[in-house]
Design a protein around this ligand. Sequence first.
Ligand SMILES: Nc1ncnc2c1ncn2[C@@H]1O[C@H](COP(=O)(O)OP(=O)(O)OP(=O)(O)O)[C@@H](O)[C@H]1O
Ligand SMILES: [Mg+2]
Length: 345
Amino acid sequence: MCFLSRTPISPSNSNLERRWLSRLLTISNDFYNHPSNINYAARDSYREDQGVWSLASIDNITTDGVKTKADVNVIGFRDNRGFLKTPKVPFTPGTPVFAAETQFIKSTIGIRDSGAYIGLLDGYDLKVRLPIENLVKKHVSVLAKTGTGKSYLTGVIMEELAENRVPAVLIDPHGEYFTLQSPNSKPSEMRFMPRFGIEPKSYRSAIQLFGFRMGREIKLNSRLSAEEITHMIPVKIPASQKALVYSAVRNLEGSEYTLSDVIDEVTKSKSQTKWSLISSLESLLKTGLFSTKPTTPEELVQEGKISIIDLKEARPEIQQMVVLKLTEELFSARKRGRIPAWVLG
Ligand SMILES: Nc1ncnc2c1ncn2[C@@H]1O[C@H](COP(=O)(O)OP(=O)(O)OP(=O)(O)O)[C@@H](O)[C@H]1O
Ligand SMILES: [Mg+2]
């Protein structure tokens, strides 16, 4: 991390001397080529940004044996209202570049002292914490190349949610998270733990495992809506068959019907297209996934509990049905206030 100064600071007469890294040599053409940047530069007075230091991350350092060159990615600065802004005026070549102080990085990025601890900022002793309320209320994506630690980080976030007693439901298509139940015993990972100020820990008491090969068996409510039924049938069905499903469900509405009742209702129809529909509905029934005693949102979302839905070894269409039905029920239960705020992973 480094910062760039807008003011004509001379590193030799400032207390920043020891943090002095370099001078900015050139600015990527992209900055000038980006039309919005050119507009901003033309419209905004240069004085506005004077005296503001911008934070940048060093992406890449190369050397040709004589000169060492670093590419930096400008993150921005906090304006006087505390909003993170990117400079509207291009930096001028010759601008001094300094190594950024921990406190400056913290305030510019907005790292707080509490929250989900996910690791140390590379090269610093700065603990990176994500605000818990953002994890619950907003969307978070973990994006990176394959094999670079996305699942591991997701596991860390789940552990931190458990520490903070925030309920979470984790959909696990590859069956890789049940290991959260046991403390990490891999020597290759344990040797780094003191540096991060952590110790191996088991989350067995916080984890509830649901699935098809271990843990509690997943069951879906057999009272399916017509829309759910048509979505769950793996093949695309013609409009005439869809109409049969809707009409059968309409006849049953108001009662505690099951998927078998829908099949009986479709059987009563005089339509000739009913037979292929009945066969599709029977194959849904044969999955054994539907029950009058289904897995409930209240069971899945509990304070201090992480519910892992292990879908390994379930066929893709079963995985799809489970995710479709459970997420719908969970969101509807939350809207009605039946369950507390929770995180879906
Ligand atoms: N922060 C970390 N500390 C130690 N080991 C890690 C860390 N992050 C990942 N690993 C290890 O690196 C390997 C790959 O990690 P992981 O499976 O999380 O990657 P991924 O991005 O989810 O991969 P994929 O794209 O295949 O799903 C695993 O063996 C994991 O234990
Ligand atoms: Mg992964």
